[in-house]
Design a binder for this molecule. Structure first.
Ligand code: ATP
Ligand code: MG
Length: 267
């Protein structure tokens, strides 16, 4: 079975997708990994890996996650074809020791949305089961939408473990605490991950951080440092380069540590 890990954050712009891509890249040095973009309303994962709309140059490419979730006959959907081998097809020239594939969502305003509650949850669950039956992936990393919406709840429902990203500011912390209660109700395990941007929040002192930690049920918080050389438009998958920007080694080490935590959790 694959270990299903969800990257979630209550607020958007927390560094969730960047971290997801880089954790997946770190894992793929030793394990087979599939990343699925569940952020169907504002997808970002595909771009990080170098995919844009009109994937593979096919104008009406219809093998995105939203196509699977809304198609009339999911049984005839070609899942294998929809999973994109990052090292072969993204054009980034990335290399991994093991398989790293991505199931992207499309960046396209939907004409009609027919996702409704249970249907989406059931379809997603059956998609994951079908993928797991192939035995191809040790890890499935899911990039969740942010917020308290239905798709975020469904994303948690299909997951086994949650990376709970937040920043040290009041709105993030309050939403994250609320979500941690919800996760507890689902009896899922999670790791709080702070993407530290101290520049934005000079008022957050160490004692306040300790208080937050207590509120988050006494767990240790994993910290991802700020690196201002990270640029959205650089299609960051850190493991493709030794010297892409200053501090890259520190970021690589941080994402590797987080990937190793997932490996331990899986055991
Ligand atoms: N550790 C970091 N240090 C500095 N900037 C970062 C870091 N991680 C991510 N960023 C930057 O923060 C911005 C938001 O990152 P990202 O898109 O990964 O967040 P997100 O939580 O997935 O956002 P969204 O809710 O829009 O999907 C990007 O410009 C990204 O390059
Ligand atoms: Mg994102």
């Amino acid at each position: 079975m694959s270990f299903r890990v969800l990257s979630y954050s209550y607020k958007g712009g927390t560094g969730r997708t960047t971290s997801t891509a880089n954790i997946a890249a770190a894992l793929a040095q030793n394990h087979s990994v599939l990343c699925i973009d569940l952020d169907v309303d504002a997808p970002g994962l595909g771009i990080l890996f170098g995919f844009y709309d009109n994937l593979r140059g096919i104008k009406d490419y219809n093998l995105y996650l939203q196509d699977y979730l809304t198609c009339e006959d999911p049984a005839s959907f070609d899942i294998e074809k929809a999973l994109i081998d990052v090292s072969k097809e993204s054009g980034t020239g990335l290399k991994f020791n093991k398989t790293l594939k991505v199931f992207p969502s499309k960046i396209k305003y939907p004409k009609s949305i027919s996702f409704t509650g249970n249907t989406t949850a059931q379809r997603l669950e059956s998609l994951l089961k079908k993928i797991e039956e192939t035995g191809e992936f040790e890890y499935i990393i899911l990039d969740s939408p942010s917020g308290f919406g239905e798709m975020a709840a469904i994303s948690m429902y299909v997951s086994e473990y949650i990376l709970l990203f937040f920043r040290y500011c009041l709105q993030h912390v309050e939403g994250t605490i609320q979500i941690s209660h919800f996760i507890n109700k689902l009896a899922l395990d999670y790791l709080p991950v702070a993407t530290s941007v101290p520049r934005d929040n000079p008022g957050f002192t160490e004692p306040m951080k300790v208080e937050i930690l207590k509120k988050l049920t006494g767990r240790d918080i994993f910290e991802i440092p700020e690196n201002n050389s990270l640029k959205w438009n650089e299609r960051i998958v850190l493991f493709d380069s030794e010297d892409k920007f200053p501090g890259i080694k520190k970021m690589q080490a941080c994402y590797s540590n987080l990937a190793n935590k997932l490996v331990k959790e899986r055991r």
